[in-house]
Structure formats: structure tokens, C-alpha cells
Design a protein around this ligand. Structure first.
Ligand code: 5GP
Ligand code: ZN
Length: 134
């Protein structure tokens, strides 16, 4: 547990939450500022700041829970789809530096939430693909 971490405090029961699911690995609860009805956060009980400092074996366990909670939320709310969002770094919109996965239920008649995309430059994409391939 990290002292100044709000999600560690929630996991420890020191700050209340609207709990959806809990086991030995994760806690899932409603986001206090929901994007859509049923917006749920899944956090590991063990603190890590984000994706890159979480051990791969722990991630497997956590993501299996994300799948389980998402299936449950979808079944209960009857949403038409859902997004999984996991922000890393301030530039990516991360505001709480304890790993968490957003489950954002989506409804056909709900608000549109999209990343803006632009038509790619094929030469630039080819060069970038070359640079990134490993
Ligand atoms: P991030 O922007 O870091 O990906 O997401 C953090 C999320 O945590 C935000 O959507 C925010 O609404 C939510 N959040 C922040 N503080 C609390 C809290 O004390 N309780 C709950 N339930 N959600 C919180
Ligand atoms: Zn924490």
C-alpha cells in the first residue's frame, strides 16, 4: 500500500466506494464521475502506478478479472458494448497513479466517445513501422 494513494486507501476500506466486485487480487467499483451508466474501475489490490511497472504475471490475473467484471456489467445493464480504457501518464489523461482499468458501458443511443483520427500518410507509416518493429 502506498501512503498517499487514493486507490490504495479505497482498496484498504479507508475511503468508501460503490463496490461491484472484490476478490484477493482486485477491487471493482463505480467511477465517481461516470462517462456512462455503469462506468466501473477495476484496480489491483497491490499498488503499481501503471501498465509498465506491473509484473506480467500480475497483469494476467488482473485482466482476467477485468473480463469477468465487464461480462457481468454487460449482462446486468444490457449495454450494447463497452470500452476498456487504461491511461498511462498525464499526457494520456491519467489522474490517479494506481493502475486501473475503466470499463465504460456503451449504449446505441448513448453519448459518442471517440478518439479523433486522421487519414494516415503511407510513407510516414511505413517508416514508423520500420522504426518500431522489434
Ligand atoms: P484516470 O483519469 O486516472 O484514468 O482515471 C481516474 C478515475 O478515477 C477518474 O475517472 C475519476 O473519476 C475516478 N476517481 C477519482 N477519485 C475517485 C474516488 O475517490 N472514488 C471513485 N469511485 N472514483 C474516483
Ligand atoms: Zn495505490
Amino acid at each position: 500500500m502506498k501512503n498517499d494513494c487514493i486507490f490504495c486507501a479505497i482498496a484498504a476500506g479507508e475511503i468508501p466506494c460503490f463496490k461491484v466486485y472484490e476478490d484477493d487480487v482486485v477491487l471493482a467499483y463505480l467511477d465517481i464521475n461516470p462517462c456512462t451508466k455503469g462506468h466501473t474501475l477495476v484496480i489491483p489490490k497491490a499498488h503499481s502506478a501503471g501498465l509498465l511497472d506491473t509484473p506480467p504475471d500480475a497483469l494476467k490475473e488482473i485482466v482476467a478479472r477485468v473480463q469477468k467484471v465487464a461480462a457481468h456489467v454487460k449482462e446486468v445493464l444490457g449495454c450494447d458494448g463497452f470500452n476498456i480504457l487504461q491511461n498511462n501518464g498525464e499526457a494520456a489523461g491519467q489522474s490517479v497513479f494506481h493502475l486501473h482499468f475503466h470499463i465504460v458501458p456503451r449504449y446505441k443511443d448513448g453519448p459518442s466517445l471517440t478518439f479523433q483520427s486522421r487519414k494516415g500518410d503511407m510513407a510516414a507509416l511505413a517508416a514508423l513501422g520500420e522504426r518500431l518493429r522489434f
